[in-house]
Structures are given as structure tokens and as C-alpha cells.
Design a protein around this ligand. Structure first.
Ligand SMILES: Cc1cc2nc3c(=O)[nH]c(=O)nc-3n(C[C@H](O)[C@H](O)[C@H](O)COP(=O)(O)OP(=O)(O)OC[C@H]3O[C@@H](n4cnc5c(N)ncnc54)[C@H](O)[C@@H]3O)c2cc1C
Length: 449
């Protein structure tokens, strides 16, 4: 049985947080602020900003356009905090975000419409720009005389058909943002870091967590373990189908100074129907990612709560462990085909580099912030899916509220382990289809060039 939540005055004296991404660092800070006598140890495989962590990348979208009013309000509140934060705001670029769909009836078009309706209710009218045709969208990126390829030349049904821009949305340099949070944690005497060795397993004795055992054999004791290990969490606790690690494909193109100038008014441009997300030029590069069905990397491991049994999970295979991996050929083809319509000059340009970015995704894109269902002393703070970064200023307090049993009923239900009810993944939609097994499709630099 999981132990009862501690009362506000009786927080755990010793807490270990596994993972130094947005969930882990934000939670460490919230504990240090609210419970300064609690000793917090953050353990990570690497020193933050962790190169293959989901939270570390050149850019992440900061948007409050959601079809779900709970995330929309929370994201609005969080963005305001980012903008007011003197250090984070240095890395925040308010370039707007353009949301596109093909207009063909589907769950993606419906999600786009629901999000548009809610955003219209929440936004100042002057911040929204309607782009009702392919031409208006194309011209917003490429200038008023530009024309998109017609469907005969394109050779497929056009997909970038209807859009709106929210000029209040932004992107942030995610690596720099994590550095800000890490440096901030280092200022607190109650927060310590143990980086460079991974947690091998959580030490569970008679149904209660007692701390963690590191890969180097050392034993760290604690009263509470918070699992904030992103896509790696499924190796530390059994998460069943509540959370599933998958990888999404990301690529970068080098662009010229002239192209940077040409696209200087471009917003982040994302297509709900095809899953492509294109960032405006940043530091001489355009980043493109694909919210594809993703890839998985199946492995068999001892079941964390009963190590005499085994279970199969998907587990990140990243550039840290496999530095020569490049994205699968079918992902490359899909990205290039879609770019041909919206950013034609990039469509056949060689990639500068690629990566698979791993997320702990959930069927409804709702986070998992809840006690472990059967082991006392473990709290879960993961399931960020493809949209948790923007909540960094508020996530930690929400995790602490959850530990204290003070989350609003609405959020407690939304982020529960045994989430009831069905809803779609519209908070961060992903393309239909099952993830492919990465080892069957991955290419390596040696095999490709
Ligand atoms: C392609 C892509 C695009 C995205 N776009 C956006 C966006 O535009 N806006 C947005 O808000 N969000 C976005 N997200 C989602 C967001 O980045 C994630 O939800 C968020 O970063 C998850 O943070 P985390 O702390 O759970 O995971 P991570 O940042 O991955 O942190 C987990 C940490 O745990 C450590 N760890 C794992 N196992 C162990 C172990 N055994 N021992 C010690 N340490 C361990 C890892 O090293 C890692 O540092 C995107 C995600 C992806 C993949």
C-alpha cells in the first residue's frame, strides 16, 4: 500500500529525485522553496543540461493554444512567469506560432478547430491572424509575392491549407533554459546533485522505497524517491500502458544569412494533419520535427517491484549511447515530402544533423503526477508527452502539491495513475499508427554515407 501524503508541516526529510529535466529540476526548486529543511539529492546519468534529455534541445515551443482549457490556462500562467523571469526571458523569442491543418474532416482538423475556438476566447483579437488559404499561409512565410506549388506539380493533395497565427506564442532555447534552472538549483544549500552515474534500481523493502542503488554500487537512502526520469522512467517503475517511451525524429538544416533575413517574420509553423513542426531560423539553423507515430526500442528487464520477474519495455536509444544513429529513411522521406509544399528550398537540402528525441508519452498526452500505485515512498512525475517543457515554472509546485495531497480534484484526476475516462491526445497530437522498432529501421552515419 502506498503511504499517505505527508502533511504540509511534515514533508520527507530526505528526498531523491531521479532525473534533472524540467520535471526534476522544477520539483527540486519547489521543495527547496517550500520545505527548506528537506535535503534533496538530484541524480542524473549526466550533468545538466543532459544532452539526450527531452528537456534539452535548441528550441521548444512556448504556446498556450490548447483545445483543453486546463492546459490552456496553465500554459498562459506559465508563459507569463517565463516572460517575467529575468534569466529565462533572455532565451525566449516571441515569434508567434502558426497552427495549420488540411481542413479535411478528421480528429486533427477537429482538434485544430477546437483549439482555434478556445484561443479566440482567450486571446486579444489583435494577436491572432487568420490565414484561411494556402496562399495566405505561404505568403506569411515567404513574402507577399510568393506562390505555393499547385497540386499537379506537388503530386499529392495539399496539406497546408488552413491556418491561424497566435503572435503571443514563442520559442525558447531549451538548453539555455535548463542551464538557468540547474544554476538556480546550485544556489540552494538543500539541493545536491549526483551526476554521471545512473540509478540502477529503487531499493524497495516490504513495499516501501528506502532509496536508490546506483550503477556504481553505491546506496543512497531517502524517505521519498521522485521518479522524474522522462522516457527512462519505465525501467525504474512499472508504468504499464499509462506511460510509453517513444522517439520522435528531429532534423536540422543550415540556412544562409540571406535565408535568415528572408524568413525573419516566420513563426513556428506546425501542421496538425501531417505532424510536421518547423521552427524559424535560430543561430543559422532551421529545426524540423515530426510528431510521427514514433519509434520504440524494446528490451526485457527485471520488473522493478519484483526483480524475480521480467517485463518488456521500450527504452531510449540516443546519441549518447549510439552517437552514429541517424533517423530512418521513411521519416526522412516524409519530412522532405511535406517540406516540398511549405519550405520548398529546404526539401532536398542535406540535413546538418538528426536525432531521435525520446519522450515519455501517454495515450491522452496527460502527465503522470501521482503516488506509485503499490509502493510507498515513490512519487511519479513524468508522462510529459510532447508538451511539458513550457510548464517548467509551475510543474515543481504541482508535483509538491500532489505529494501533499493538495492538487485540485481536476488535476489529481487528470494526472492520476489510474486515469479514468477516455480523451484524445489533442494536447500534443501524434500521427496515427504504431511505433516502429528502431533497430529495424535506424540508419547509421557509416551505413548512410
Ligand atoms: C521532439 C520533441 C518536441 C517537443 N516539443 C515541445 C515543445 O515545443 N514545447 C513543450 O513544452 N514541450 C515539448 N516537448 C516535450 C518536453 O520536452 C518534455 O515533455 C519534457 O522535456 C520532459 O521532461 P522530463 O523531465 O520528463 O524528461 P527529461 O528531460 O528527459 O529528463 C529525464 C532525466 O532523467 C535522467 N535519467 C533517466 N534515467 C535515469 C537513471 N536511471 N538514473 C539517473 N538519471 C536518469 C535522464 O538522463 C534525463 O536527464 C517536446 C519533446 C520532444 C521529444
Amino acid at each position: 500500500m502506498a503511504s499517505a501524503a505527508p502533511s504540509e508541516s511534515k514533508f520527507a526529510a530526505n528526498v531523491i529525485i531521479i532525473g534533472a529535466g524540467v520535471f526534476g529540476l522544477s520539483t527540486a526548486l519547489a521543495i527547496a522553496n517550500r520545505h527548506p529543511s528537506t535535503s534533496v539529492t538530484v541524480v542524473d546519468r549526466c550533468t545538466p543540461p543532459v544532452p539526450d534529455g527531452s528537456s534539452v534541445d535548441t528550441t521548444r515551443c512556448i504556446r498556450w493554444d490548447y483545445p483543453d482549457p486546463i492546459y490552456a490556462q496553465l500554459a498562459k500562467q506559465s508563459q507569463l512567469l517565463i516572460e517575467q523571469d529575468p534569466e529565462l526571458s533572455k532565451h525566449f523569442f516571441k515569434r508567434g506560432m502558426t497552427f495549420v491543418c488540411n481542413g479535411v474532416p478528421s480528429r486533427f482538423t477537429q482538434g485544430w478547430q477546437d483549439q482555434y475556438n478556445l484561443t479566440k476566447d482567450l486571446a486579444q483579437p489583435e494577436h491572432l491572424v487568420d490565414l484561411p488559404t494556402r496562399e495566405t499561409l505561404f505568403q506569411r512565410i515567404h513574402g507577399k509575392d510568393a506562390k505555393p506549388l499547385n497540386r499537379i506539380v506537388l503530386g499529392r493533395e495539399p496539406q497546408w491549407n488552413v491556418a491561424y497565427t497566435n503572435k503571443e506564442d514563442a520559442f525558447i532555447d531549451a538548453e539555455a533554459g535548463i542551464q538557468v534552472y540547474y544554476d538556480r538549483c546550485l544556489q540552494y544549500p538543500s539541493i545536491r546533485f549526483r551526476c554521471g552515474t545512473e540509478v540502477d534500481h529503487i531499493n524497495i523493502d516490504k513495499g516501501i522505497a528506502k532509496g536508490v542503488v546506483l550503477a556504481d554500487g553505491s546506496n543512497l537512502q531517502s524517505d521519498m524517491v521522485i521518479v522524474a526520469a522522462g522516457a527512462w522512467s519505465s525501467r525504474l517503475v512499472s508504468l504499464g500502458s499509462r506511460v510509453y517511451p517513444i522517439g520522435h525524429e528531429v532534423v536540422w538544416f543550415k540556412v544562409t544569412r540571406e535565408e535568415e533575413m528572408r524568413w525573419k517574420a516566420m513563426s513556428i509553423t506546425t501542421n496538425d494533419s501531417t505532424g510536421l513542426n518547423i521552427f524559424p531560423p535560430y543561430r543559422g539553423e532551421v529545426k524540423v520535427l515530426r510528431r510521427s507515430p514514433g519509434v520504440k526500442n524494446s528490451i526485457t528487464i527485471p520488473k522493478p517491484e519484483n526483480r524475480s520477474e521480467t517485463m518488456e519495455i521500450s527504452y531510449p536509444r540516443t546519441l549518447v549511447t549510439n552517437p552514429t544513429d541517424i533517423i530512418p529513411a521513411n521519416a526522412e522521406a516524409a519530412i522532405r515530402e511535406d517540406l516540398r509544399e511549405i519550405m520548398p528550398s529546404l526539401a532536398s537540402r542535406p540535413f546538418d544533423r538528426t536525432k531521435i528525441c525520446w519522450i515519455s508519452t501517454t495515450p491522452t498526452a496527460d502527465f503522470l503526477i501521482a503516488p506509485h500505485p503499490s509502493v510507498g515512498g515513490i512519487h511519479l512525475a513524468t508522462g510529459g508527452s510532447a508538451h511539458a517543457w513550457k510548464f517548467v515554472p509551475v510543474l515543481g509546485d504541482l508535483v509538491v502539491d500532489s505529494i501533499m495531497g493538495n492538487l485540485s480534484k481536476e488535476l489529481e484526476d487528470k494526472w492520476a495513475f489510474d486515469k479514468s475516462g477516455q480523451s484524445s491526445d489533442q494536447a500534443a497530437p501524434r500521427m496515427d499508427g504504431a511505433p516502429e522498432e528502431l533497430r529495424d529501421v535506424v540508419r547509421t552515419i557509416q551505413s548512410h554515407f
